[in-house]
Ligand binder design. Structure first.
Ligand code: RP5
Length: 163
């Protein structure tokens, strides 16, 4: 039987899909099944609510919500579930992503959203995996192996010969 998706990724627009692909790729590398949806919080609010409810029911454990401009998508998702929500601000807008970053990171008290750097879908995927790894020692080992491989790549850089 196919493993249920553990991470739900939602983007506010097709124009945000590259960041979702980066999150999905790192999750796949770590053996974490995910699904990606394209649902605007303001243009399709009812569809968004249906997806959040179904994600909860189907066993999704972490949500990554990716948006630019007013970037309310992560906060709206978080308002409808107790699952952890990671927000990814997207570049563009009047301050090239600083606007979306502040909108997401400045979530008012009572309903938290974790925030990663502007456009950083990869870190969102890694943070989602780290949250899941709290209860999954195999996943924790795969994350540690990925970190070790990163460090080995840096050590192997010609500029670091002899260190
Ligand atoms: C937000 O507005 C989306 O997340 C996107 O980053 C931004 C622009 O959306 P589109 O005009 O490309 O649909 O809702």
């Amino acid at each position: 039987m196919q493993q249920p998706n553990q991470v739900g990724i939602v983007v506010g627009s097709r124009s945000d899909i590259a960041a979702a692909d980066k999150a999905a790729a790192v999750l796949e590398e770590l053996g974490v099944p995910s699904e990606t949806r394209v649902i605007s919080a303001h243009r399709a609010p009812e569809l968004l609510s249906r997806w959040v409810a179904s994600a909860d029911e189907r066993g999704i454990r972490v949500v990554i919500a990716i948006a630019g401009l007013a970037a309310h998508l992560p906060g709206v998702v978080a308002s409808q579930t107790t699952l952890p929500v990671i927000g990814v601000p997207m570049p563009g807008g009047v301050a090239d992503g600083l606007d979306a970053l502040l909108a997401i990171v400045q979530m008012p008290k009572g309903v938290p959203v974790a925030t990663v750097g502007v456009g950083n879908g990869e870190n969102a995927g890694l943070l989602a995996a780290a949250i899941l790894a709290v209860g999954d020692s195999g996943l924790r080992e795969r994350i540690a192996a990925r970190r070790a491989a990163q460090a080995a790549d840096i050590a192997a850089d010609a500029a670091n010969e002899g260190l």
